[in-house]
Design a protein around this ligand. Structure first.
Ligand SMILES: Nc1ncnc2c1ncn2[C@@H]1O[C@H](COP(=O)(O)OP(=O)(O)O)[C@@H](O)[C@H]1O
Ligand SMILES: [Mg+2]
Length: 398
């Protein structure tokens, strides 16, 4: 039995804990607040600020885990190199966790070192530099803090057709928005050319200790306000695009080293496949695999890869879709109105994460639905949306 320390205890962590508990492992679930979803199913819990290196050191020394599994980005990941030196397995690797928490590291690796196609980009460390960068990249463009997730601090600078706002004002707004949404004290931003994509996909990729990398069938998804709203599997993609995306996923995960599951994000445009970014851990759009779309869910795949257990193959067993169920107000003790109605659907299921508090747009649950392989994926997606719509989250205002 291994002692696993999970850093971040949200809904993805919860499913991971369930997967490793089924394999008889011991888990300490860590988060910044008590009663986070994964803590509710783990053996022990810790509540700390994971951006505080001393706090991390303290709980690592206290519990002496065999394996550290990050579930989020907001962790003092520089400490991971030390933990690896102490003989602790960091998932997928200290290098991967460090690179992916900073958009600059990962983008330069992808575009410059590996020569992958990405949106054209520049960096800016001040408003003046941002004005200059926007000139180089052109409009429309996307401005993102180097350190942020879930679309935080991210905005699009568009053509002001009606002329009501000057471009400088828009750039200033984007700069301020990025500064307000950034994680930590890193002021630098990335400016990316806006990719006019037809669709976006996630390729779940599993790297294994035996060196054999496996790829899941592509997952399609739609984003709103920086978070995914629906995901479906398999996503429609031209064979040559899939080949290209698979090759990129192989290259970039290999360069980052380690074993575990990764969510590699791509834009599919008329002029081909663009690498966007990647998570060195289960991906939220991969919750669709909880609908039994594959012989192993992304969490079961992660569990096996992390523990060095073999994964002989990944098979698409059904088509499926997931749609998120969001809270609408700030409060506590959430209740789920309409859950009976939502569950009264064939080939469907609902997962409630068990988050103790709500805030507007917080993801609280997910609707899952599936059908036989070869069925119309779009119809399955529509059903997921309809099921999710039946559930309303109500909570007591603070
Ligand atoms: N260069 C771009 N062109 C067009 N859309 C983009 C671009 N960058 C980001 N987006 C949109 O914003 C979403 C979130 O951006 P992403 O870089 O993945 O940030 P996060 O780390 O917050 O997920 C993407 O999934 C995509 O829908
Ligand atoms: Mg993303």
């Amino acid at each position: 039995m291994k002692k696993i320390m999970l850093l971040g205890s949200g809904e993805l962590g919860k499913e991971f804990v369930i997967a490793v508990k089924r394999l008889g492992q011991y888990v300490i679930a860590v988060d910044s607040y008590n009663d986070a979803p994964a803590q509710q199913v783990a053996d022990e819990r810790e509540v700390i600020n994971m951006l505080d290196g001393n706090e991390l050191d303290r709980i690592v020394a206290k519990h002496q885990p065999d394996i550290i599994v990050p579930e989020i980005e907001a962790i003092r990941t520089e400490r991971f190199y030390d933990y690896e030196k102490q003989g602790i397995q960091v998932v997928p690797s200290a290098r991967a966790a460090n690179f992916t928490m900073n958009r600059k590291a990962i983008r330069d690796l992808a575009a410059k070192e590996l020569g992958l196609k990405t949106a054209k980009y520049e960096y800016a460390n001040s408003l003046d530099e941002l004005i200059a960068a926007v000139k180089i990249i052109g409009i429309p463009c996307v401005v993102k803090p180097l350190m942020s997730s879930s679309g935080k601090g991210q905005s699009v600078i568009k053509n002001e057709e009606d002329g009501s706002t000057s471009l400088t004002t828009s750039i200033e707004k984007a700069w301020k928005y990025a500064q307000a949404g950034k994680r930590g004290d890193h002021t630098e931003v990335i400016v990316e050319a806006f990719v006019n994509f037809n669709s976006e996909i996630t390729l779940l990729t599993v790297t294994q200790k035996n060196g054999n990398t496996l790829l899941c069938p592509p997952i399609g998804h739609r984003q709103e306000r920086g978070d995914y709203q629906e995901s479906w599997q398999p996503a429609e993609i031209k064979p040559e695009h899939l080949k290209e995306a698979r090759s990129i996923a192989n290259k970039v995960t290999k360069a980052l080293t380690g074993s575990g599951i990764w969510g590699v994000e791509f834009f599919l445009a008329d002029d081909g496949v663009y690498f966007s970014e990647l998570s060195p851990r289960p991906h939220d759009t991969g919750m669709v695999t909880l609908a039994g779309t594959q012989n192993f869910s992304e969490f079961e795949l992660h569990a096996r890869a992390v523990l060095g257990l073999p994964i002989p193959e990944i098979i698409l067993e059904r088509v499926g879709a997931s749609a998120v169920i969001l809270a609408s107000n700030e409060g506590s003790h959430p209740i789920y109105i309409g859950i009976e109605n939502a569950m009264d659907n064939k080939l469907s299921d609902i997962r409630i994460f068990g988050k103790p508090t709500t805030r507007p747009y917080r993801r609280m649950a997910v609707a899952l639905t599936y059908d036989k392989t070869g069925s119309d994926v779009d119809a399955v997606k529509q059903r997921a949306i309809e099921i999710a719509k039946k559930v309303k989250v109500e909570s007591k205002a603070f």
